[in-house]
Every structure is written in C-alpha cells, then in structure tokens.
Design a protein around this ligand. Sequence first.
Ligand SMILES: *Cc1c(COP(=O)(O)O)cnc(C)c1O
Length: 232
Amino acid sequence: MNIKERLSNIQVRINRASKIAGCDPSKIRIVAVMKTVEVEQIQQALACGIQNIGENRVQEAWRKYQQLEHAAAKWHMVGHLQRNKVKQALKFFDLIHSLDSIELAREINQRLDTIPREIELLVEVNTSGEATKYGLRPEDTADFVAKVSNLPHLRIAGLMTIGRLSPDAEDSRECFRTLRNLFEKLSKYKHPNVSMKYLSMGMTNDFELAIQEGANIIRIGRAIFGERQEHN
Ligand SMILES: *Cc1c(COP(=O)(O)O)cnc(C)c1O
C-alpha cells in the first residue's frame, strides 16, 4: 500500500469511529508523525492533503523543517521537550503537545516574550500511570493549569495523552476517558490564556477508540508511513 491508499484507509476508519461517537469527522485533525521518516515520504503525505506534521525530537524536526520550509504545514512537537531545546523549538513549532512541568512552562513563557508568532501548548497528562511516561498526574492537572495560566505569554489550548502500552487497544479506553473528563472539567474554568480546544489522543493502535472517546487530534505514524525500522 502507498501513502495515498493508507491515508484513504485511515479516513474510512475515522469516518466510522466518528459515526459511533456522533461527531463530525471533518473536525478531527490528523497529525502525521514523521519520526524516522524522510522528507520524500513527508512530501507525499503533504501532497495527499496532510496539513499537520509531528516529530518527537527537536533536532530531527529542525533538520526536516529546513528541507520542507516552504511546505504549508503546521508543525507539532509531540515528544518530551527538554528545557535546553526550547529556544530552537520555538523557532518553528506551532503546537507543542508536551507541556509537563512548571519549569518548562516558565522557560517557554520567558522565551515567547520576544516571539511574535502564535504558538499553542497542550498539557500532557500521564493517564496510564506508567512510570516510563511523561506528563502530569490526572489529579494534579487542574492545579497545574491554574498555575501556568498566570504566565502571560503562554497559550494553553488543550490536553494530550498517550494510551496504555498494551497489545489490547481497549486498555487505552480508560486513559482516554480520564483525559476527556479532565478536558470537560477544565473547559468550565475561566482561566486567562487557557482555552480547551484540542484533545490530542490516539495513535496507530488506538485512534478509533480515541475518537469514540472524544479526540479531535490524532497522532498517526505507522498507519501512514509503514512500520518503523528502528525503535524510536
Ligand atoms: C510515535 C508517536 C506517535 C505515533 O505513533 P504510531 O504508533 O506510529 O502511530 C504518536 N504520538 C507520540 C507522542 C509518538 O511519540
């Protein structure tokens, strides 16, 4: 299967899951996650209508950005962001999915002071409780959002999570429900600089479940580009 065929397959599955969820499939954004994928394939995905592309490493993303600079796409940082990479990340990412500490929030806030571009942030929540995952504990998230809302240059635009690592995708459903409930709770708060627009959850293995549970951003790598060679 080529990228075009894979993408139309994914669209059929999105439509089906949206029907179950009772939501409008055109509201669901696909972020094509291009880790380990080279620019030729990314260009193919863009030619097929992909508008959002994501990476989990700043350095890798920057390398590809320089080759793809003129392509009309929104750039998403989906991996853990180290504080010493913030400066570079803010040069080209549009949406950072991985705000996970107050220190990182302060660093970003300070640097955004001199950047006129609109950059949005999602708060990453560790809904599975797995020790290997980054993100706030669900029970700490509301306080965290209240705290970072005082940082004037930040634009918090929603929440992100990664489902449970398990052969059974259904195991992710509980994670997605936890995030959805938090999203609804936080939507009622009136914090400055915070709007709950995006619910980023679901990957190749579990994006249909994520849509059923309310995702409006799904992050897809392998289902678009094929299996990755190395672990990344
Ligand atoms: C790699 C990655 C994805 C995409 O995973 P696939 O299983 O290839 O769809 C999504 N989100 C994050 C944070 C990732 O690191």
